[in-house]
Design a protein around this ligand. Structure first.
Ligand code: MEV
Length: 313
């Protein structure tokens, strides 16, 4: 075991196409947003203190040996220790993040991945992405009930991913880097609630929802091809179509429709909600020369914050 301070980070993510239908076995694609990150540092502490976890943004501090099993950060630490067959170290793990919470950027997942990376590195045995992803999925179940697994996969692998539940993830390449404006509606979104609502609706009308899921799956497949070929106009159209189907699924809101419409009217190639919807963020595909106009339009339409992310390259 090392006695050095160890720091690791993990990126935000955004789902380009396929949220919700991915829970029902249809494909989805997601990319890391490398400029927005969660951070974990682990430093040695006096003998006998055990592992103390400090979540700075949440104002939480917990001692692993006293924590509940369903406390997500404690569970993550426990899973890492079990996976490495390591006893609990005497250490302090400090967590912080740039990511807005409850907005579809994977803030909880990124914290878990950063924590797994830092703790395993501190213990002298850095875990590979497959293992970090699998352990994080266990923690996702506490947060979200029935996660598809796409969030932990894209964040742990930190690469564009084509994801079908139950199949090994396919990592793919971005032909031409592209620009996203991410805009926060300011409405907190609960992935757990949104996924549960879609499930109730699907149970009440399985054929109707099955068709929507199939259409979104086809969009995700086409979007992967567009990203691999650098066909950004086509990708924009697919964003718009995906947003329309998510709205039919009942997970958009007036405020999200307003943001996506404003982005398109200001010159975005396409725009859609991203993540679980019912609040949270939208993404707009923009070209460098329309970026400022689209940003202004989003702020005028009610966005409380925007971020520019270059994807690929
Ligand atoms: C949440 O980021 C994406 C959803 O599709 C849920 C999931 O895939 O677990 C809404």
């Amino acid at each position: 075991m090392t006695a050095q301070v160890v720091e690791r980070t993990a990126p935000a993510k955004t789902i380009l196409c396929g949220e919700h239908s991915v829970v029902y076995g249809r494909p989805a694609i997601a990319v890391p947003v490398s400029t927005m990150r969660a951070r974990a540092s682990v430093s040695p502490s006096p003998k006998g203190s055990g592992l103390i976890i400090k979540a700075l943004d949440l104002g939480h501090e917990l001692v692993l040996r006293n924590a509940r099993q369903d406390q997500p950060l404690a569970r993550m630490a426990q899973l890492v220790l079990e996976s490495l067959g390591s006893p609990e170290p005497d250490a302090v793990m400090t967590l912080s993040s740039d990511l807005p919470v409850a907005s579809g950027m994977g803030s909880g997942t990124a914290i878990s991945v950063a924590a797994a990376r830092a703790l395993s590195a501190f213990l002298g045995s850095e875990l590979p992405p497959e293992t970090v992803s699998a352990l994080t999925y266990e923690v996702e179940k506490i947060h979200h009930g029935t996660p598809s697994g796409i969030d932990n996969t894209v964040i742990a692998f930190e690469q564009p991913v084509y994801f079908v539940r139950g199949s090994p993830p396919e990592l793919f390449r971005i032909h031409t880097p592209f620009h996203l404006l991410i805009a926060n509606s300011g409405i907190a979104a609960s992935t757990r609630d949104s996924v549960a609502e879609v499930r109730h609706r699907w149970e009440a009308a399985p054929s109707y929802y099955g068709i929507i899921f199939d259409c979104i799956g086809a969009i995700a497949q086409a979007a992967r091809a567009a990203v691999e070929q650098g066909a950004l106009q086509a990708l924009g159209v697919l964003f718009n179509e995906n947003h329309e189907l998510l709205a039919r699924m009942g997970v958009s809101l007036y405020q999200l429709d307003r943001l996506t419409s404003a982005a398109r009217a200001a010159g975005a190639l396409g725009a859609k909600l991203t993540g679980s919807g019912q609040g949270g963020n939208i993404i707009a595909l923009v070209e460098p020369d329309t970026l400022d106009d689209v940003r202004q339009a989003l702020l005028a339409a009610g966005a409380i914050a925007t971020w520019h992310a270059t994807i690929g390259g």
